[in-house]
Design a protein around this ligand. Structure first.
Ligand code: KIV
Length: 276
């Protein structure tokens, strides 16, 4: 049985930690699903860690839908959330609803995520009213990177901290079922977590959040670009993959691969007939 948004909300009440990871393809989603991770976010980080863009800004809804479908096919138990890319929800509530609807209808995912606080609350409310669960995302919101002026820690001044608290409350009141807090000082994230009734999911927001999310490529060491301070690398897949590819190159060059066990047999008589 798939995890539901009600179970996620109950986990906060029970004080149980919520575990979320990103995934972008079928095989990875199967591994994450089997590991018992509660939620998968098909994040627009896809743009960087899978498609090779420099930021999340160029990611299109068609790219997101394509990868979200693959992730849904790889899961049975995990709640799958599709990330709404830049300019698919900002312009009007109508566009936001239509595009959020595309995620549920065309991919089979169970919820969507979008970035923004007070200014996006009305859109969140309207999407939720249509029966589409929404996860909010405040703090460092990568789709606004040009406005924010880079990957900076958010909420460090009294005004900025107050604004983040207001953003969190607005998204809670709009009906979101959970809220991502990205790159926020740990004590501020813990305070926001206490002040709102929906679960907070931190990324670079300390241990006081109700749950944590990481970009899977960061914890597996399979992305060689920007590695954020908050990420812990549990393995370095890039090295393991590079070694395997180099070994393959060498064995093909020397003729060691393919060996007999990697080849197929044929009756001697067939070859003899051709050699006549
Ligand atoms: O796109 C993404 O992967 C995200 C997470 C970093 C929260 O938004």
């Amino acid at each position: 049985m798939r995890v539901t948004i009600n179970q996620i909300k109950e986990m906060k009440q029970k004080g149980e930690k919520i575990v979320m990871l990103t995934s972008y393809d079928y095989v990875t989603a199967q591994i994450v699903d089997k590991a018992g991770i509660h939620m998968i976010l098909v994040g627009d980080t896809l743009g960087m860690v899978v498609l090779g863009y420099k930021t999340t800004i160029p990611v299109t809804i068609e790219e997101m839908l394509h990868h979200t479908k693959a992730v849904v096919r790889g899961t049975e138990n995990t709640l799958v959330i599709g990330d709404m890319p830049f300019m698919t929800y900002q312009i009007s509530a109508e566009e936001a609803i239509r595009n959020a609807g595309r995620f549920l209808q065309e991919t089979g995912c169970q919820a969507v995520k979008l970035e923004g606080g007070v200014t996006m609350a009305e859109k969140v409310k309207r999407i939720v009213e249509c029966g589409i669960p929404v996860m909010g995302h405040i703090g460092l919101t990568p789709q606004s990177i040009n406005q924010l002026g880079g990957h900076k820690i958010q909420g460090r001044t009294p005004e900025a901290a107050r604004k983040l608290l207001d953003d969190a409350k607005a998204i809670e009141q709009a009906g979101a079922f959970a809220l991502v807090l990205e790159t926020v000082p740990a004590r501020l994230a813990a305070l926001i977590t206490k002040r709102i009734s929906i679960p907070t999911i931190g990324i670079g927001a300390g241990a006081g959040c109700d749950g944590q999310v990481q970009v899977i490529n960061d914890i597996l060491g399979s992305y060689t670009g920007y590695i954020p301070k908050h990420a812990k690398q549990y393995v370095k897949l890039v090295d393991i993959m590079s070694n395997a590819v180099s070994q393959y190159r060498d064995e093909v060059t020397t003729g060691e691969f393919p060996a007999d066990e990697n080849s197929f047999t044929i009756d001697d008589a067939v070859i003899a007939e051709l050699e006549k």
